[in-house]
Design a protein. Sequence first.
Length: 341
Amino acid sequence: MTTSKKEQLPEDRYEDRSLDVALRPKAWDEYIGQKNIKKNLKILIDAAGERKEPIEHLLFYGPAGLGKTTLAHVVAKETNASMKISSGPAIEKVGDLASVLTNLAPGEILFIDEAHRLNKSIEEILYPAMESRSLNIIIGKGASARTIQLELPPFTLIAATTKIAALSAPLRSRFSGGTFKLEPYETKEIEKIIERSAIILGVKIDDEAAQKIAERSRFTPRVANRLLKRCRDFAQINKHKVISQDIVEQTLQLLEIDEKGLENTDRNIILTIIKKFSGGPVGLQTLSAATSEDSATIEDVYEPYLIKLGFIERTPRGRKATPHAYEHLNITNPGQQNTLL
Ligand code: ADE
């Protein structure tokens, strides 16, 4: 089952799917970064393997593009389990979940992406399914309503979310194998990912060029791979055999990506806060209307990086542009001027 609500996800998740699958690491030795998570998961997997049991339920969270799905695939591969993939918005009715769960083979993994978008009635079916492998379904209504209980095969649920706080506490507590937070990657790790991806794509890339892409990849493998593919296209069209620093520079200029990795939309968000709302604070919904960007996309895709760079701040009254943002966009900060006087 796949999600039917593509348009509500960042569009680059759907770009060049087959190529993205090819770039995905398949095993631990290919998986770069997230050292601590790897260490913990390896022990969990090996121990469960010795006991000949499926691994316990896992929850992965962190910003979009850091490889939560990739990690789930690696776990499946390392445990020799097959994996069914679904997502919060795709499981609309209790019957959808019942059908997925009852069709699992023993030992199979069910991966649910965007778990924060599961509705409450679905979450409630999941509790006993995760805890005691029982599926309780109510048939009928009113006085004639009956609950039937089905036993499920042993299975592992791996859920992924960008918004851990939006998951109910009872659901969170049922991930008995653990909850793992994926951290933004180090620039050096992104560089290694780019070098590995270049080999898979069959393109040559200079060390300095890989470094330049890495520096502008928002500490995110998905962005790094996307930029690498665009540099490869540029090099190919211009008959260059190697992706050099110069090729990267020209490609990023064409894509209007600046030296901090900001794209037009990022700059538009900051500029809107500065120009239309005097630097803020401005509420998320107002900012969404003023920029014509979906509020969830601002919150999940753009804002985390702008906050990480220290360009915007979240306050109880809304988003504010910081002095760093004014400096980066070369705009005089009236607040700063006053403090100097
Ligand atoms: N591609 C995406 N994430 C990756 C990772 N962590 N290691 C290697 N390649 C990747």
